[in-house]
Design a protein around this ligand. Structure first.
Ligand code: HEC
Length: 452
């Protein structure tokens, strides 16, 4: 067994093997005869490692994708063995920061490796990264064309493609935010089924984040105002799917306000365009489903509270939100910058006094923003009056490896050097009858599972 540190800090060495007798005898050069018959066979690239890399690494680590190197063949992988072990054992790769054994573990598009996979990779590297027998290699994966849409296999081509206005990115300089506003092109109210953002092949390495909001026209003020969040794209993120029993409304004649975050890559990128594919539920879905889903920002900075980090200091923020009707929580995405180190989502039930842990991310990094989408039967069903308790932990000391400068005072703001404290949460708003039905349906599914 390998001890995986919960609060993985980069550069942390993990050496705490609980060594089996067999491994000891090999390490210390005892005679081969001393090895027990229960010896684990050597871990090889061909048989043990390649299948893990195919399912958890190659979508990003292949030619043309977002990873800095390809990990599809032994020749490509071998020079990276040390770095792979380090990144995998600290939980930095695959990039999906979400605590094990705390709160809900059933998540869609979960990239995490199992503990035994991590152990296998570490053992393979420690054993000198042997290639093994080429006959054991799994057939290479054929990858979809990177210019193809995510979800195209499931849902076909998108119903709408919404594009940014073209932007020419200089070869050097600091980060750039590109914020064009464009029409959705939708002429009637429709329910969103899925959304996925796709950078251009040339811009893929430079477009780190792309957020989008839906704007609706407010008759009263005569202005375009934010209606809700449409999507967030971050490196490696596929997209979002709205459950079939809910409607997330995309109103007629709305606009999309983009916010694309570019980092110059050393090459000029001309007229770059980021695209968003939008899949819609059929007309009439809104009337059929009863319940509305929205994706909103939930602040952890309640009235009168402040986010202020003195040099070498730490801080905690907390937000409380409750609903007058029952709800289902469909996804949770913490938000913060360099000093945020962790965020949790809990539910407080005033009737029973119980505080329930839903999700915990204790090794946050600003490099990756993931929306953790709960699996259908795991999404919390929350009675009216229960309270979402969201807690953020900030570390402005030198002990935080992500901290660019512990001597700074840090206050709230949207620049990366400032801090923020909120979470994006997708909520389906139910009524009493819907809540009871969903609870009953889930219980009966669980019962069937148990009987099988
Ligand atoms: C969602 C996309 C994605 C997945 C999945 C992913 N990686 Fe990465 N990986 C990246 C990106 C982007 C970088 C460069 C940025 C960084 O270092 O965080 C990276 C960096 C790395 C590095 C450091 C390279 C260096 O320059 O030192 C290693 C090692 C690595 N990945 C290994 C893996 C392994 C092994 C897996 C699977 C078990 C994996 N990655 C899965 C996207 C991904």
């Amino acid at each position: 067994m390998l001890n995986i540190p919960l609060h993985a800090s980069s550069g942390g060495r993990v050496v705490a093997w609980s060594l089996g007798v067999a491994v000891l005898s090999v390490t210390w050069g005892a005679p081969a005869a001393a090895q027990s018959p229960g010896d684990a066979p050597a871990v090889t690239f061909a048989r043990d490692i390649a299948p893990i890399f195919q399912s958890n690494c190659q979508q990003c680590h292949r030619p043309g994708s977002i990873g800095p190197m390809s990990l599809t063949t032994y020749q490509e992988v071998r020079p990276w063995a040390r770095s792979i072990k380090q990144r995998v054992v600290t939980g930095e790769m695959p990039p999906y920061r979400y605590d094990r054994d705390i709160g809900i573990q059933e998540l869609k598009d979960d990239l995490r490796l199992s503990l035994s996979e991590i152990e296998t990779i570490a053992r393979w590297v420690d054993d000198g990264a042997p290639p093994g027998d080429p006959a054991d290699l799994p057939p290479p994966l054929s990858f979809p064309d990177l210019s193809e849409w995510a979800y195209a296999d499931e849902f076909g081509p998108p119903d709408l493609v919404i594009r940014t206005k073209p932007y020419t990115l200089a070869a050097d300089g600091s980060d750039v935010w590109w914020r064009p506003i464009v029409p959705t092109g939708l002429t009637e109210d429709r329910c969103l089924k899925a959304v996925s953002v796709k950078p251009s092949p040339e811009g893929r390495a430079a477009a780190h984040h792309a957020n989008s909001q839906v704007l609706g026209f407010d008759e009263e003020s005569g202005e375009w105002v934010q209606v809700e969040r449409l999507s967030e794209y971050a490196l490696g993120k596929v997209g979002e799917i709205v459950p079939e029993d809910a409607c997330r409304l995309l109103p007629a004649d709305s606009m999309v306000s983009w916010d694309v975050h570019y980092y110059p890559t050393g090459e000029v990128i001309e007229n770059d365009v980021v695209e968003m594919g939008v899949w819609l539920y059929p007309e009439g879905h809104q009337e059929q489903v009863q319940y509305q889903q929205d994706l909103k920002l939930y602040s952890l900075l309640m009235k009168g509270s402040e986010l202020e980090l003195p040099p070498h200091g730490t801080a905690m923020t907390q937000g409380f939100h409750s609903f007058e009707t029952p709800v289902r929580i469909d996804s949770f995405q913490p938000h913060g910058h360099f000093r945020l180190v962790g965020k949790t989502l809990e539910l407080f039930h005033p009737k029973t006094g119980e505080l329930e842990m839903v999700s915990s991310v204790s090794n946050w990094t600003n490099d990756w923003h993931t929306s953790h989408i709960y699996a259908e039967d795991a999404a919390p069903l929350v009675p009216a009056g229960s309270v979402l308790v969201i807690t953020g932990y900030y570390d402005n000391t030198a002990g935080n490896p992500q901290n660019p400068d512990p001597n700074q005072w840090v206050g709230p703001g949207s620049r990366t050097a400032d801090e923020m404290s909120h979470a994006w949460i997708a909520v389906t708003h139910l009524d009493d009858e819907g809540y009871e039905r969903l609870v009953a349906e889930r219980e009966s599914r669980q019962q069937t599972d148990n009987e099988e």
